[in-house]
Write a protein that binds this ligand. Structure first.
Ligand code: NDP
Length: 448
């Protein structure tokens, strides 16, 4: 009756996984993508950002090389070289994603496609296609600035392609993207100012850990302008940008302004409301725990549903959708204890409840253990930066309900710690584990 069993809109992490698993369950699948296969994570998000972050790490290593016996004369950073290398690798990854779709017999349609009925879509070139089930996974889109002169600012979509490294970079926002790019460009040698509308950065993270990041950022001479919203961006002769803030302080001059004030669900102009798909006030597609929208043949996964905006979550949702609808195995995913990291400098990593959340839920039975330490590498190099690990436990048996870290490699260490939290291990289980010495991770089993 239908052209396809499944029509997927959006070739990001969630869409590609859903399409691939659905074909392995025997479904006939088509997938439409208007831009590049791979989605935000691969094309203009996590992956290229992590590559830039690797590039940024060399700044510290090179500056400390002498302390470890190496003489390296006048290292010079070339933004254009790293930018192009990163883009080359993104091309490679995009190719691999396309190959995966091909090898799983997913028909790829490289056109914008909108929904015109509960079981029908239309491509930009006018082709109408029917499908028993439609899956929308069109992701999110960075929120642009709304002040006068907003058109002069860029978002994370553009930062990977800058012609030149900005000498003076203003980063607006206090979340993931702001803190990550502030750290990266600071390491590249740009003069970075991070401006946020309040004095709370990384709101969802343990604020003692965030406080350590702020302390370290200040000690590195990164400018923080808190309680300061954008008021006006003015382009001056010569191209630099004069920015006024709401804090009453002086306007300042920058070469680029990166706005990183959140991402909004990418649901506009897809025809969803016309066919009765309910959206929330942010434009997110409302779905149940099986990813089904208010129209029974239309499902959605990933950032367009605005649940947890993380790639591995979209992948899990896409997989669960395919198993549910085509694999005869209805299943939901758990949103508890999802490990996350901010690739700031140094990185922050976390799983489970913050101290505050735990106290709200478990009251006086909460205990907090801390390790405030100077990583060995920093001792050798003379760097004063300290790491901070926190473990939050609850109940008489001291079940570990949260682990929060800032320090080198914390984004690598947290994954194993998350297994322990998901497994419901207790403080005693950590204490019973022999330390791996010398390492930073050993702090987790030596907490007092
Ligand atoms: P975040 O939600 O992390 O942070 C948004 C920041 O902008 C907050 O500081 C917020 O302040 C501020 N803000 C929100 N609205 C406004 C406004 N109207 N004017 C001024 N400031 C505002 O968003 P990001 O853009 O940094 O990242 C988007 C999402 O992408 C993240 O939530 C995350 O899920 C994902 N991501 C994940 C990464 C990772 O896993 N490492 C990396 C990058 C992105 P306030 O706190 O006051 O609301």
């Amino acid at each position: 009756m239908f052209d396809y069993d499944l029509f997927v809109i959006g070739a990001g992490s969630g869409g590609v996984r859903a399409a691939r698993i659905s074909t392995s369950h025997g479904a006939k699948v088509a997938l439409a993508e208007e831009y590049r296969v791979g989605g935000t994570c691969v094309i203009r998000g996590c992956v290229p950002k992590k590559m830039l972050s690797y590039g940024a790490h060399f700044a510290e290593d090179l500056s400390e090389a002498e302390s470890f016996g190496w003489d390296i004369e006048n290292p010079v950073f070339h933004w254009d070289r790293l930018r192009d290398l990163v883009q080359k690798d993104i091309d490679r990854l995009e190719g691999l994603y396309g190959e995966t779709l091909g090898s799983h017999d997913v028909t790829l349609i490289k056109e914008r496609t909108t929904v015109i009925g509960p079981n029908e879509v239309q491509t930009a070139s006018g082709q109408k296609i029917t499908a028993k089930t439609i899956l929308v996974c069109t992701g999110g889109w960075p929120v642009s600035a709304s002040c006068e002169g907003a058109e002069h600012a860029i978002t994370s979509n553009e930062i990977f392609h800058l012609e030149e490294q900005p000498k003076r970079l203003l980063v607006v926002g206090g979340g993931y993207i702001a803190n990550e790019f502030a750290g990266i460009f600071h390491a590249f040698g740009s003069e970075v100012t991070l401006a946020n509308r309040s004095d709370v950065l990384l709101r969802s993270y343990d604020q003692e850990i965030v406080g350590r990041l702020i302390e370290i950022s200040k000690s590195k001479h990164m400018n923080l302008r808190l309680n300061a919203s954008l008021e006006k961006i003015e382009k001056l002769d010569g191209g630099s940008l004069k920015v006024s803030f709401s804090d009453g302080g002086d306007a300042a001059i920058f070469d680029q302004v990166l706005v990183a004030t959140g991402r909004t669900p990418n649901s506009k102009g897809l025809g969803l409301e016309d066919v009765g798909v309910a959206l929330d006030k942010y434009g997110a597609i409302k779905v149940d725990e099986y990813n089904q929208s208010s129209v029974s043949s239309i499902y959605a996964v990933g950032d367009v549903t605005n649940r947890v905006q993380l790639t591995p979550v979209a992948i899990r949702e896409g997989h669960a959708f395919a198993d549910t609808v085509f694999g005869g195995n209805p299943r939901t995913i758990s949103y508890d204890n999802i490990a996350s990291a901010v690739f700031s400098s140094p990185p922050i990593a976390s799983v489970g409840m913050t101290e505050e959340q735990a106290r709200d839920e478990y009251g006086d039975s909460v205990n907090v253990y801390r390790s405030d330490f100077r990583p060995m590498k920093n001792v050798v190099s003379g760097r004063m930066e300290r790491g901070l690990y926190k473990m939050v436990t609850a109940g008489d048996n001291e079940k570990v309900v949260g682990i929060h870290m800032i320090g080198p490699e914390s984004s690598e260490i947290i994954q194993a710690a998350a297994v322990c939290v998901v497994a419901g291990l207790t403080k005693a289980d950590f204490d019973n584990t022999v330390a791996l010495h010398p390492s930073m991770a050993e702090e987790l089993v030596l907490l007092k």
